[in-house]
Design a protein. Structure first.
Length: 261
């Protein structure tokens, strides 16, 4: 009787299946070869963010430049924009590319008024580099997803969820998981507010990160120290559950090359 609940899964079955299906879509849409050969698990350390900065603006620029490289979007026309009261967004509508969405051989061009894809940030975000990193990563994913030739699982209704998943697939899962929920404390006696930053829940992002680590054969103990302590038990269970699933092997069978042979 003591083992009555020992087989309880980390997430409900439908959600877990959607995460695996979405990884399959991402591998087929954005290159299984790029994922396995070039995608990194980006960590909040000097190993991945080595630049020395002397201002908050230069910090935002440095983070942006590093993430663009890790995402394989160095050939995209991208512009980092600090939000101001008079900012007017431009949304590219006429996008052409050479069929290679990322990597050094990709070629993305815009043929309308917009000269670049905007990556925006509020100056307040520079107080928390981890949250800023997640915000930039999510926007990179929101642009990359436009090159997908087939809709992701759930289609337009789950577009925001797919953007979150894609950002994790691109190697930025530690930042998305850690900033999935932001607790803001008010004045003395005002209590606190909890704000979700993405469409996937904190648990779903953490599970998606576990799938990433299993696919990349990254030991859980490598990622775990960089997670918030509250997420570590769930992550450990997710790695064990996902790693023991046949779905990982099925994903490993996907071969969709975007790199020239």
């Amino acid at each position: 009787m003591f083992n009555l609940f020992s087989n309880k899964t980390v997430l409900d079955e439908d959600t877990t299946q959607w995460l695996f299906d979405s990884y399959g879509w991402a591998l087929n849409s954005f290159g299984s070869d790029f994922f396995h050969e070039e995608t990194l698990l980006v960590t909040p350390t000097e190993a991945h963010f080595p630049s020395q900065v002397n201002s908050r603006k230069s910090m935002a620029s440095s983070i942006f430049q590093q993430l663009v490289q890790y995402a394989g979007m160095q050939n995209w026309p991208l512009a980092l924009i600090e939000l101001t009261a008079d900012y007017e967004p431009l949304y590219p509508t006429n996008i052409t590319f050479n069929g290679i969405p990322r990597g050094i051989t990709s070629a993305i061009t815009l043929e309308d008024e917009a000269q670049a894809f905007h990556i925006t940030y509020s100056p307040d975000l520079t107080r928390d580099p981890g949250v800023l990193t997640a915000v930039i990563a999510r926007q990179l994913a929101s642009h990359l997803i436009q090159t997908a030739r087939i809709p992701g699982p759930g289609g337009e209704e789950l577009h925001g969820h797919l953007v979150d998943l894609l950002a994790i697939f691109m190697g930025f899962g530690l930042f998305l998981s850690n900033s999935a929920v932001i607790i803001q404390r008010g004045c003395s006696g005002c209590g606190k507010s909890v704000q979700a930053t993405g469409s996937l829940s904190e648990d779903q992002m953490t599970y998606a990160l576990a799938i990433f680590c299993c696919l990349k054969k990254i030991p859980g103990k490598t990622a775990q120290p960089h997670l918030k302590s509250a997420l570590r038990p769930l992550f450990k269970k997710a790695v064990k559950e996902a790693g023991g699933s046949s779905k990982i092997e099925q994903l490993n069978q996907i071969t969709h090359s975007i790199k020239p042979t």
